[in-house]
Design a protein around this ligand. Structure first.
Ligand SMILES: [Zn+2]
Ligand SMILES: [Zn+2]
Length: 176
């Protein structure tokens, strides 16, 4: 097989099925370079892939939903599906590459594209790099306004009152 380049959008109806866990806000764009770098006698296909899309994320600081662009570049190695179950040793020889099987002349990369997209979603997404988050005391969104707690040096006044109160109580008790 000659090396070839494929660029395509995953069919929207299809990605809604395979990526139903993802809150996708746009189509999945995929680019695949299929090269015959692998061992051609054994039908190895080496695929260099990039995939991108947009998902809805919730900001880990201010909890606001926002659109996050995600993208991933990765490589896949496909070999013809063996008639019987693969010997365990075979998968171990594939080094760092993910080893996948194909049947006939069909290669189904959709699941792989989706799992790579899932991996590229940030663990702690931020609506913007300098997001101020929520005030830990009053819950106000500090991107939108500066709350009173912050003006008082971050120490909520009710806590300060409580501290003074118990301090006085302690003295009152120790005198009796
Ligand atoms: Zn935020
Ligand atoms: Zn506050």
């Amino acid at each position: 097989m000659e090396g070839q380049h494929l660029s395509f959008h995953v069919d929207p109806l299809h990605w809604e099925q395979i990526a139903s866990d993802l809150a996708l806000l746009g189509p999945i764009q995929a680019d695949l370079d299929i090269c015959n770098q692998g061992n051609q006698d054994e039908g190895e296909l080496y695929i260099s892939a990039s995939v991108s899309s947009k998902v809805q994320c919730e900001c880990s600081r201010c909890l606001k939903p926002f659109s996050q662009s995600i993208a991933s570049d990765f490589h896949l190695l496909y070999i013809p599906s063996p008639d019987s179950l693969p010997a365990e040793g075979y998968a171990l020889t594939s080094d760092a590459l993910d080893l996948h099987y194909y049947v006939g002349d069909q290669i189904d990369v959709d699941d792989e594209l989706v799992s790579q997209l899932v991996l590229s979603i940030p663990m702690l997404p931020l609506c913007r790099s300098d997001c101020q988050g929520l005030c830990p005391h009053c819950g106000e969104n500090l991107n939108l306004m500066t709350c009173l707690c912050r003006n008082e040096g971050g120490s909520p006044s009710t806590w300060a009152d409580l501290k003074n109160f118990s301090h006085k109580e302690f003295h009152a008790e120790s005198k009796t």
